[in-house]
Design a binder for this molecule. Structure first.
Ligand SMILES: [Zn+2]
Length: 257
């Protein structure tokens, strides 16, 4: 069982931990700051450093495929696991830029949910783009969505998580916006993410603390995926940090995996 430090503090970048297990799925720690892929949000990357100084590059993070509650830190190809046997004490460091991108995009997708009053039937949040599939047939206006996002960012709404009981959730079925990702049941309580005055829904992801931190996020594309699906793709409006800052004036431009 891995203690999920990222649930209570999405700004934590490192922690001390002990290796619990090592298998083909990766390295399981007793506690971690690494968010495992889930709820549409990509997993964290980073490094594990042993007390002896060995460094293992972590390419991705997943929920363990067989043991509920365990989180697997997936080593990059070619990583040497010899120094990370169970019992090894390590420092776990996440890639801060990747996490910050996930936080900004994840909160931005919730702003989009507030602007588009239709159920969500798909979601993907990466470090370079995010996309939301809305179950709807009406067209969406890109400029209106960008104006709406910019307004909600400028209004600087507080973002916070809290826990509610399953009974409370059952009494408020409108809280569940997503058709494909139902909140995990059976624990008696469910984490909800509130953007004050804007949006409230079950979510286990990592978010910024205020909509102002979302910054320059814009709709880059709207696609009609099917008769009943409109896909909205988000990107960063500022240029990527690159050796040639003039090379890419319109952000990532990336539209899919
Ligand atoms: Zn969410």
């Amino acid at each position: 069982m891995t203690e999920e430090l990222f649930r209570d503090d999405a700004t934590l970048l490192a922690c001390a931990a002990t290796v619990l297990a090592l298998d083909e799925a990766g390295v399981v720690l007793d506690r971690t700051v690494f968010y495992p892929q889930g709820g549409g949000q990509a997993g964290d990357a980073g490094t594990l450093t042993s007390e002896a100084g060995a460094v293992l590059v972590i390419a991705d993070t997943r929920k363990h495929p067989a043991r509920p509650g365990d989180i697997s830190h997936v080593p990059a190809a070619g990583g040497d696991l010899a120094a990370f046997a169970p019992g090894t004490r390590v420092t776990a460091h996440i890639d801060a830029a990747r996490r910050q991108a996930h936080r900004r995009f994840h909160t931005a997708t919730h702003l989009l949910c507030a602007l588009v009053p239709h159920p969500v039937d798909g979601c993907s949040i990466t470090a370079t783009y995010a996309r939301l599939d809305f179950h709807m047939s009406e067209p969406l206006d890109k400029e209106a969505l960008n104006t709406g996002i910019a307004r909600l960012v400028a209004e600087a709404h507080a973002v916070r998580d809290r826990w509610i009981s399953e009974a409370e959730l059952d009494a408020n079925p409108q809280l569940v916006r997503s058709m494909s990702v139902q909140p995990p049941r059976g624990l008696g309580r469910i984490r909800v993410l509130e953007i004050e005055g804007v949006d409230l829904q079950p979510c286990g992801g990592t978010h910024v603390a205020n909509t102002a931190e979302v910054g320059a996020v814009v709709v880059t594309k709207i696609e009609k995926k099917s008769a009943m699906t409109r896909r909205v793709v988000l990107g960063f409006a500022e240029p990527l940090r690159a050796p040639h800052p003039q090379a890419s004036p319109h952000g990532t431009g990336q539209a899919g995996p």
